[in-house]
Structure formats: C-alpha cells, structure tokens
Design a protein around this ligand. Structure first.
Ligand code: NAD
Ligand code: ZN
Length: 361
C-alpha cells in the first residue's frame, strides 16, 4: 500500500513523518532508529488493548527488551502523578539513557511521552505513533510536549523533537466519531491560514473524510503535516509565524476554560473558535461575508459546533486575557487576512464583544 513521507527540517534534529496504511506491522517503518537495547511503549488503557501487542511484536526484533506501560485514559490524567508512572517503569526496569520511548495514542499520550523523553536521564530518543486524527495532523508534529497544572493547561513542558512520527491511518478506524470531527477542526484550520486550495479539497471530500476513506485520510494527513512542517521549520519555538497555527484557539480556549475543560472537546472549541475568528476578520474588513458563510457551513458539515456557549462576552474576554498566548494582557487574535493568509493582531474589546454576542446563544 501507498506510503507518504513528509520531512521536517530542523537541522541536526530533522525527522520524517510516515503516513500510510499497515505501518504498525511493517518492519521498514521502524528501520534506522537510534540503536538501543531497550524500548518502552507508552500507551493508555483504551488504545493499549487495541494496538500495543502489534507494536510490541514489530519492535521485538529490534530491541532486547520491549516493555509497555498503559496510563489511565483522559486529559484529567495529563499530570505529574501519571507522568511519574513512566519514570517508575523506566527506573524499575533499569532502562539506560539510550532507551527509546514510543508514544502510542492520542495527543495526551504523545505530549506526556515526549515530556518524559525530554526529562529521563536528561533526554532519551522518542517516536510518535499517533492514533487520533488530531494527533496525526497536529500534536505529534513539532516538538511541543507538556503536562497540565491545576492552574493552567500545558503549563509544564519542553520543546523536544521526536526521531520519527508514524501515522498509521488504519488506527483511525476505531476512533469515536466525535473525536474524528474534533480532529477535522485542526485539518480545516490549515486551509484559511495557509492553503485555500486545500480548503477547497476538504470541502469536496468531507463526506469521504467523515466515512474514513483511506485515500482521503492519506491526503488530509499528508497536506496538514506538510503545512505544519513548513511553519515549524521556520519558527520552532513560536517566536513569530508558528502562532498562526493557533487560528480559532483564542476563542476556543475561552470556550474550554469558561465551560470547564472537558465539557467540549478541544477540536470542537477550536471549530467554533474559528467561526468566531472569521467573523472578527470580517468586522475588521479583512474577509468578506461570502468567506465567512462558506467557512461556517464547512465547520457545521464536519460535525462541529458553530454556535458558542452563552457565557457572556466578559467571561470570554477574561479567559482570553489570561491565555498563554496573550502578551501583557493584550489578546492576540489569529485572523484571516485574505483567505489563505493569517495575521496576528489585537482588536478593540467592543468589537470582539459584538462578535461573541453574535456567535453565542
Ligand atoms: P486524546 O489523546 O485524549 O485522545 C482522545 C480519545 O481517543 C482518548 O480517549 C483516547 O484514548 C482515544 N483514542 C486514541 N486513539 C484511539 C484509537 N485509534 N481508537 C480508539 N480510541 C482512541 O486526545 P487528542 O485529541 O488526540 O489530543 C488532545 C491533546 O493533545 C491535548 O492534551 C492537547 O493539549 C494536546 N495537543 C498538543 C499539541 C502539541 O503541539 N503538542 C497540539 C494540539 C493538541
Ligand atoms: Zn489545537
């Protein structure tokens, strides 16, 4: 079956993203990784029972020892206590500083495994094996790793790049539909910020994507990864252009924080947040009404909410001001400046409040 390869160019930390079917079991998927005597598969108690045995079997010829640790599933477990389970396993098995970690799961497992790899003996190699659409198109690529703190999401972490990202499209077949839609939000995101042709393609192939057609998924994951690789290759640590990847995330963060994290999925909040950001772009004269209505219709068709929770504009503004991305209390919005290009800028509170009131019920 067809294999796509996307390169991420970061000098001596460059790596490949492999995208295709049946990658988990293929020996070639795992060839030429750093040599080591041991590997640790980090997964969770939902994904592990479905896929860990296959990965274990594929890695067995390469390492003397292959261990697996299954973390409790859920964003609420993306914390110190759960991170420690990885270190307990590594130290308990006497793992040395060449041990390779494999993150088998969604973004939560990927972020935690990456952070554990950055910290264990001051850094061991790790491989991302993302099994959600969101993780395949976004979180597994680019080297952001973190755990949550009770005071804020992803507040404790490191930039630490994987050795390889392996996107086995077959794993998406077992994903709950709500998670598929949430992942599609991050796929759709890449269109208006970087490539309107891709947005046209998503529009034309949305039904195939929702039905998890492997060819459609292959293209969506590949193009998303190409755009993310292009952005991260220019700005690994988000000093500038990488911020455009936060399109929809400022409003989305306010929805997640305002409702209490976990009420809406992250991708759902981002979908609705992108609708709000499009409206704000229109109010500022950057895009026309036709763009906003077409974009909103696509978000809705993807199974994502287009109307925000009625928390009140003040609550939204409060959460947007304390977001990690705000600078000295000034809210930075990623806006669409002619479709296919994003800009990062502020906007008057009164205008933002009007957009929120118009988008919520
Ligand atoms: P997740 O990891 O919680 O996975 C969603 C659910 O799907 C979980 O219950 C999981 O067990 C289950 N699951 C995963 N793969 C499955 C499969 N193949 N079949 C059946 N069930 C499966 O959520 P997510 O959306 O993948 O990731 C969200 C996390 O990613 C958040 O913590 C977020 O902060 C982080 N994130 C990080 C970055 C980054 O750049 N590092 C970017 C975006 C998001
Ligand atoms: Zn996101």
């Amino acid at each position: 079956s067809h294999l796509e390869r996307v390169a991420i160019d970061l000098g001596d930390r460059s790596y490949s993203i492999l995208i295709g079917e049946q990658l988990l079991d293929a020996a070639s998927t795992w060839a030429d990784l750093p040599k080591a005597s041991a590997a640790l598969i980090v997964t969770n108690d939902t994904v592990g029972p479905i896929y860990a045995e296959r990965l274990q079997a594929a890695l067995a010829p390469l390492y003397k020892q292959v261990h697996t640790v299954a973390l409790p599933d859920g964003e609420s477990h993306k914390d110190w206590q759960t991170l420690n389970l990885i270190f307990d396993e590594l130290l308990g098995k006497g793992a040395d500083r060449k041990t390779v970690l494999f993150a088998l799961g969604g973004g939560v497992v990927g972020d935690m495994t990456g952070f554990a790899a950055a910290c264990y003996m001051r850094g061991v190699p790790f491989v991302q094996v993302p099994t959600t659409l969101l993780a395949q198109v976004d979180s597994s690529v680019g080297g952001k790793t973190a755990i949550n703190h009770p005071i804020g999401k992803n507040m404790i972490g490191a930039f630490y790049q994987p050795q390889r990202v392996v996107c086995d499209l077959d794993t998406l077949q077992t994903l709950p539909q709500r998670e598929m839609s949430a992942g599609l939000a991050e796929v759709i995101k890449y269109g208006p910020i970087a490539d309107m042709q891709f947005l046209d393609w998503i529009d034309a192939n949305l039904d195939a994507l929702l039905a998890r057609d492997p060819k459609a998924l292959a293209h969506a994951v590949k193009r998303s990864c190409e755009i993310k690789a292009w952005v991260v290759g220019q700005d690994e640590r988000e000093g500038g252009i990488r911020a455009i990847l936060n399109f929809g995330h400022t409003f989305g963060h306010a929805i997640e924080a305002g409702l209490g994290f976990g009420e809406w999925l992250h991708g759902e909040a981002v979908g609705c947040g992108m609708v709000m950001a499009s409206h704000l772009s229109q109010r500022l004269g950057l895009v026309d009404e036709a763009f906003v209505s077409r974009f909103t219709a696509l978000i809705e068709r993807a199974g994502l909410p287009i109307v925000g929770p009625k928390l009140g504009a003040d609550v939204y503004l409060h959460h947007m001001r304390v977001d990690k991305k705000a600078e000295a209390g000034e809210i930075k919005f990623v806006l669409i400046d002619k479709p296919g290009t994003a800009i990062v800028r502020g906007a008057p509170d009164a205008l933002v409040a009007q957009v929120i009131d118009g988008c919520c019920e």
